[in-house]
Design a protein around this ligand. Structure first.
Ligand SMILES: C[S@@+](CC[C@H](N)C(=O)[O-])C[C@H]1O[C@@H](n2cnc3c(N)ncnc32)[C@H](O)[C@@H]1O
Length: 358
């Protein structure tokens, strides 16, 4: 790894890393899936705990991130020697994860959404308004339209809607008008100045005036919200849910309200359908010591869920069961218990349901 690359990778601090490891319940010999490798910060921490019989699968759609993550994991392999787990890296969007990973094979999956520090730090990627670079913002540099194409070609009212919806920016119309008047807009610095000129910082604002507009463009260009929805809906098929084994876990970290809302809704929705239990009643946020070291952690919100095993009841719910003998509604008996009773009576399936003792 070159010195410049090593600096980028080693400067990178993964957010909420202790909580990630704790909620994933990383165990030796397990299979763990990091859907957002980035600079392999979390992935390296997971890999350290897996041992030689474990398997780490990492996804990143950014070819440069995948390359840097690979180099970092190679360094880790040199350090761990025989204790290094098997590693598989996939350079694809995480919405396609189910095409590459065997159903029911994953003990834990992590998704740390958004942009990596490398993407923000490298001006030529066009994500940052702090440094001047070409307006690009594509995570997968092999495909898709660039931010320059969007700001220069999109209809003014569509642009305003996009900035409003994905940036939650109330002054979107004014900003879109200013952008259209200034066309062609080619650099991040130019765009940041146009936005700041048309919608200056308001009293009480703690962020740069261009933050929301940049967020909106990034979300649109990378289809970020659709990607998250697709991933979360695919997760239950991938996670392990065997009887008598710890079941698979999901950990997601979001950085703004649009991402977090999707995570919250999907976790709750699938918990309601008896797929998993949500482990975080409220999102986990970073403590002050972490935000002081790593300002990016300030907006991070972690949510986690654990798959329900076959026949296991959702937290706080009792299975409703009709006692066919008396016709009374009974509650509180797990399916497992009924199966046991059936077996003992030698009447597996089909037959009359056993009477359950009160
Ligand atoms: C916040 S960083 C992850 C940092 C990582 N946890 C670490 O510790 O280094 C997010 C990474 O996910 C990648 N990414 C974001 N959305 C993706 C998607 N839909 N599919 C695949 N990779 C994605 C980005 O390219 C970026 O490298």
């Amino acid at each position: 790894m070159t010195e410049a690359r090593r600096t980028t990778a080693s400067r990178h601090v993964p957010v909420l890393s202790q909580d990630v490891i704790g909620y994933l319940d990383v165990r030796e010999g397990g299979t763990y899936l990091d859907c957002t490798l980035g600079l392999a910060g979390h992935a390296s921490q997971i890999a350290r705990l897996l041992g030689s019989s474990g398997h780490l699968i990492g996804f990143d759609r950014d070819p440069r991130a995948l390359e840097l993550a690979g180099e970092r994991l190679q360094e880790l392999a040199a350090e761990l020697g025989e204790r290094m787990p098997q590693v598989t890296l996939v350079g694809e969007a995480f919405s396609r994860v189910a095409e590459f990973v065997e159903a029911g094979s994953v003990d834990g999956m992590l998704a740390d959404f958004g942009v990596s520090s490398m993407q923000l730090d490298e001006p030529e990627r066009g994500f940052s308004f702090q440094t001047d670079g070409p307006l690009d913002m594509r995570q997968d540099t092999r495909q898709g339209v660039t931010a320059a194409q969007v700001v220069n070609e999109m209809d003014e009212s569509d642009l305003a809607n996009l900035i409003y919806e994905y940036g939650e920016e109330r002054r979107s119309r004014r900003i879109a008008r200013a952008i259209v008047r200034a066309r062609p807009v080619t650099t991040t610095g130019q765009l940041a100045r146009i936005v700041a000129g048309s919608a200056p910082t308001m009293k009480g604002d703690r962020i740069h005036p261009a933050t929301r507009t940049f967020q909106a463009l990034r979300i649109h260009i990378n289809r970020e919200l659709d990607e998250i929805r697709d991933l979360l809906e695919a997760a239950p098929r991938l996670l392990r849910r065997e009887l008598h084994k710890p079941t698979g876990r999901l950990v997601v970290i979001s950085f703004h309200s649009l991402e977090d809302r999707i995570a919250k809704d999907v976790l709750k929705d699938l918990a309601g359908k008896g797929i998993w239990n949500v482990l975080t009643r409220k999102p986990v946020v970073a403590e002050e010591a972490e935000t002081a070291r790593n300002p990016r952690a300030r907006s991070a919100k972690l949510r986690a869920a654990v798959m329900l095993g076959p026949g296991e009841l959702p937290a706080g719910k009792a299975l409703e069961y009709q006692d066919q003998g008396s016709g009374r509604q009974l509650t509180g008996f797990a399916q497992l218990k009924t199966e046991k009773v059936q077996k003992a009576k030698g009447a597996p399936g089909g037959g009359r349901k056993p009477r359950l003792r009160k």
